[in-house]
Design a binder for this molecule. Structure first.
Ligand code: NAP
Length: 253
C-alpha cells in the first residue's frame, strides 16, 4: 500500500524528542525522507538512527530555531540533502517557567517568545521561498490548546501559541494561491519529556491534568504525529489556515 507521504521531503524541528520524534518516525513510515532538526544533538541523532533502523531515510541538522542564521542554514542543509522541502513541521518549543503574569521576568518572557513564536516565523520565512521554487508544499506549526484559550501560570507560552495560530492563518491566506497550505496542530496534554518537566515544577498541575482531559488520560505523541502526517499529505488538499485540536476534547468543554 502506498504511504501517505511517498516521495516527499519533510523537515521537522524539535525532532529529537516527544511529539517531534514521533512525527519524524511516522513521516518516514509513510514514505518521506526526513530532515530531523533539533538543538539537542544526541536526541536528533537518535531519531535518525531509529528511522534508519526501520529502513527509512533521514538526516540530522543541528539548529536553534530562535537564531535566524541557524534556521536559514537548516533549510539550506535540508535542500542540499534532499533537493527540496515539501512538508515542514515547525514544532520546536519550550514551556518556560510556571508563574503568574506579573511574576515573569523580562528575560524569561522574551526567551519563550523567541523560541515558541519567533522561531516558528523564522522557519516559515526560510521554508516558504524554497516551497515556492518547487511549486508548493504543506506547513504545519505546533501551537497548543494554550493557543486557543488562556491557561493560568503560562502567560508567555499561551501568548506565543496564540501568536502561532495568528501567523498560521495569515500565511495560509497569503500563500493559498501559490499552492502552500499552512495549518497548525493544537495538542492537549501529551505525555512527553516537556510535560514531565512541567509536572516536576508544579506537582499540583499533574493531579489536575488527567481529570481536565474529557477522555480521562493524557495524549501520546503518536496521536499528534498522525494528525500532522494527514495535514501534510495530499488527502488534506483543501485544508489550510486550520488550527486543528488534537486534545481529547479539552477545549470543547
Ligand atoms: P519536548 O519533548 O521537550 O521536545 C521538544 C524538542 O525541541 C526538544 O528536543 C527540545 O530541546 C527542542 N528545542 C527546544 N528549544 C529549541 C530550539 N530553540 N531550537 C530547536 N529545538 C529546540 O517537547 P514536546 O512536548 O514534544 O513539545 C513539542 C511541541 O509541542 C512544542 O512546541 C510544545 O510547545 C508543543 N506542545 C506540547 C504539548 C504537550 O503536552 N507535550 C502540548 C501542546 C503543545 P530541549 O530538550 O533542550 O528543550
Amino acid at each position: 500500500m502506498a504511504g501517505q507521504l511517498d516521495g516527499k521531503v519533510a523537515l521537522v524541528t524539535g525532532g529529537g524528542s516527544g511529539i517531534g520524534r514521533a512525527t519524524c518516525l511516522a513521516m518516514a513510515r509513510e514514505g518521506a525522507k526526513v530532515a530531523v532538526a533539533d538543538v539537542v544533538v544526541e536526541g536528533g541523532q537518535e531519531t535518525v538512527r531509529l528511522i534508519q533502523d526501520a529502513g527509512g531515510e533521514a538526516t540530522f541538522i543541528k539548529a536553534d530555531v530562535s537564531n535566524a542564521a541557524e534556521v536559514e542554514a537548516m533549510v539550506q542543509q535540508a535542500v542540499a540533502s534532499y533537493g527540496r522541502v515539501d512538508c515542514a513541521f515547525n514544532n520546536a518549543g519550550i514551556e518556560g517557567p510556571v508563574c503568574s503574569t506579573a511574576e515573569y521576568t523580562e528575560e524569561d518572557f522574551d526567551r519563550v517568545v523567541a523560541i515558541d513564536l519567533t522561531g516558528v516565523w523564522l522557519c516559515m520565512k526560510y521554508e516558504i521561498p524554497v516551497m515556492l521554487e518547487h511549486g508548493g508544499g504543506a506547513i504545519v506549526n505546533t501551537a497548543s490548546v494554550a493557543g486557543l484559550v488562556g491557561f493560568q501560570g503560562i502567560s508567555a507560552y499561551a501568548a506565543s501559541k496564540h501568536g502561532v495560530n495568528g501567523l498560521t492563518k495569515t500565511a495560509a491566506l497569503e500563500y493559498a494561491k501559490a499552492g502552500i497550505r499552512v495549518n497548525s496542530v493544537c495538542p492537549g496534554v501529551i505525555e512527553t519529556p516537556m510535560v514531565k518537566r512541567a509536572f516536576e515544577k508544579s506537582p499540583a498541575m499533574e493531579e489536575g491534568v488527567a481529570t481536565m482531559e474529557p477522555v480521562g488520560r493524557l495524549g501520546q505523541p503518536e496521536e499528534i504525529a498522525q494528525a500532522v502526517v494527514w495535514l501534510c499529505s495530499d488527502a488534506a488538499s483543501f485544508v489550510t489556515g486550520h488550527p486543528m485540536t488534537v486534545d481529547g476534547g479539552l477545549v470543547s468543554q
